[in-house]
Design a binder for this molecule. Structure first.
Ligand SMILES: *[C@@H]1O[C@H](CO)[C@@H](O)[C@H](O)[C@H]1NC(C)=O
Ligand SMILES: *[C@@H]1O[C@H](CO)[C@@H](O)[C@H](O)[C@H]1NC(C)=O
Ligand SMILES: *[C@@H]1O[C@H](CO)[C@@H](O)[C@H](O)[C@H]1NC(C)=O
Ligand SMILES: *[C@@H]1O[C@H](CO)[C@@H](O)[C@H](O)[C@H]1NC(C)=O
Ligand SMILES: *[C@@H]1O[C@H](CO)[C@@H](O)[C@H](O)[C@H]1NC(C)=O
Length: 433
């Protein structure tokens, strides 16, 4: 059986149809893709082929936008195994394995074999390159499961909750080298979903917890009319995804080197990519900038202070604006006599912790009581914006890190304090119920 020949006969009979559908989008066994040829998705959005980035001397197999003048690569197959010349070919074998090799037969990149009957590899209109059975059956391997540095609409920033496996998006080494770089974005494996950006082994930024319609640390998302964002989270998996409301709008979320995340959007009139959003933006975005129990406010000078009821752990260093050691409680909380209260931190980015506890369908009063009941509970919040409309109680145990405030947006965080550290005036005093 020769599917491609069949397609050609079909094309000969209906030449206008093939003109409309453009080049081919499918790779068949026995018909490899050479360096000078390419696959184009059926609506013409994306192209898969060989390219040379910037000043590089090497060839890479990748996927880029087909309908814009600036070559913008969104996926690279052999990022860490560059081809030295133009003799590379991509082929799919009858066992469904994709393989990129040169004229000497050296294999630079490959995918596992499959048990599918009559496997083919197809480039879809969303830029997903996938291996499936000839009848469309099964989906053995897909490029969306092996991302490079770019999250496109419909792709998942995914984590397997059962194994803790995170699907990482990792920067290029440089504009000339798509090799695995120093910065990685992933979704935290445990707790309420949040995006985490690391550079090397250092966490440089976190999106803050997902609070229904946005991440707590990206309050400006409220004004992102052009996008739909969603996070799905259950016992098996969690993922973040976005789509553009207007399908003709091109947007991508890219992990740049040196610990920088960018959302770019294509400006048709100018023929350029515009940076729509980036992080980290300012010192307060740097992960844990003010240390534990510290709070960062970009409008204050200095930007770091201790939460009410807390004092610097190392006052001398703090005076020198070394915030790393953070703050400690002035007065221990009272776990026996039930005299503690809470101070409100308004417009907050919810703190980071790997030990937050989430209780669904619990209102503010019960949430506060729940926190008081457990001596290790340091703060709580409730949010009512979660999908399904119910109210959710989040409790933080132990230390609070990466806390900051915004001018607008953010959440109300209630931090537990001993009675001696509560001020009795104003709205910041919350007596135990
Ligand atoms: C699948 O085919 C490729 C290419 O012919 C070969 O290298 C590989 O060993 C095969 N895998 C299996 C499991 O047969
Ligand atoms: C993803 O990145 C994190 C942080 O660098 C790392 O710990 C983890 O091993 C990576 N996971 C995979 C599958 O590469
Ligand atoms: C975006 O979300 C709205 C509301 O949930 C939904 O009606 C709409 O279909 C979504 N649009 C896209 C492009 O996903
Ligand atoms: C709790 O009450 C007892 C008896 O009034 C008192 O001795 C103790 O100091 C109180 N503990 C705290 C932490 O306030
Ligand atoms: C208090 O919180 C800790 C940490 O989450 C938890 O292990 C413990 O079971 C809690 N205790 C109670 C009584 O809820």
């Amino acid at each position: 059986m020769q599917p491609r020949r069949k397609a050609l006969v079909f094309a000969a009979l209906f030449p206008t149809l093939i003109a409309l559908s453009g080049a081919e989008d499918t790779l068949f066994p026995g018909d490899p893709l050479k360096d000078d040829s390419s696959l184009i998705s059926s609506d013409g959005s994306f192209k898969l082929g060989f390219f040379t980035p910037g000043k590089s001397k090497f060839r890479f197999l990748g996927i880029w936008y087909n309908q814009i003048p600036v070559q913008t690569v969104v996926w690279v197959a052999n990022r860490d195994s560059p081809l030295p010349d133009r003799t590379g070919v991509l082929s799919i074998s009858i066992n469904g394995s994709l393989s990129l090799s040169d004229s000497k037969g050296v294999v630079y990149w490959s995918t596992p074999s499959t048990r599918l009957a009559g496997p083919v590899a197809k480039l879809l209109d969303d830029a997903n390159f996938f291996v499936a059975g000839a009848g469309g059956g099964g989906n053995a391997w897909q490029s969306f499961d092996h991302p490079t540095d770019t999250l496109l609409p419909g792709m998942k920033l995914w984590v397997d909750r059962r194994t803790g496996f995170t699907r990482n998006f990792t920067s290029w080494k440089s504009d000339d080298d798509p090799g695995t770089g120093d910065s990685t974005l992933f979704l935290n494996p445990n707790g309420v979903p949040q995006m985490i950006l690391v550079q090397g082994s250092k966490r440089v930024w976190s999106s803050g917890l997902w609070v229904g319609k946005e991440f707590s640390g990206i309050p400006e998302k409220r004004s992102y009319e052009d996008f739909n964002f969603s996070v799905i989270s259950n016992d098996d998996e969690a993922y973040y995804q976005f789509t553009t409301r207007d399908k003709t709008v091109l947007s991508r979320l890219v992990v740049q080197s040196k610990g920088m995340l960018q959302r770019l959007i294509w400006i048709k009139e100018k023929g350029t990519w515009n940076v729509y959003y980036f992080a980290p933006k300012e010192p307060c975005d740097a992960f844990g900038h003010c240390g534990i129990f510290g709070i960062c406010d970009p409008n204050e000078s200095p930007t770091c202070s201790c939460l009410q009821g807390f004092e610097p752990r190392l006052q001398d260093n703090w005076n020198l604006r070394d915030w790393n050691d953070g703050c400690r409680r002035r007065t221990p909380v009272d776990c026996k006599n039930n005299t503690d209260g809470f101070v409100l931190v308004a417009n907050a980015k919810l703190p980071d912790t790997s030990v937050e506890v989430v209780i669904y369908n619990m209102g503010t009063d019960e949430c506060r009581e729940e926190c008081l009941r457990n001596c290790s509970c340091a703060a709580y919040t409730t949010d009512v914006s979660i999908e399904g409309g119910g109210s959710r109680c989040i409790l933080w145990n132990g230390v609070l890190t990466d806390l900051r405030v915004f001018d607008n947006g953010g959440q109300d965080l209630f931090v537990r304090l001993a009675r001696a550290d509560l001020c009795t005036s104003g709205e910041t005093y919350f007596q135990p119920v």
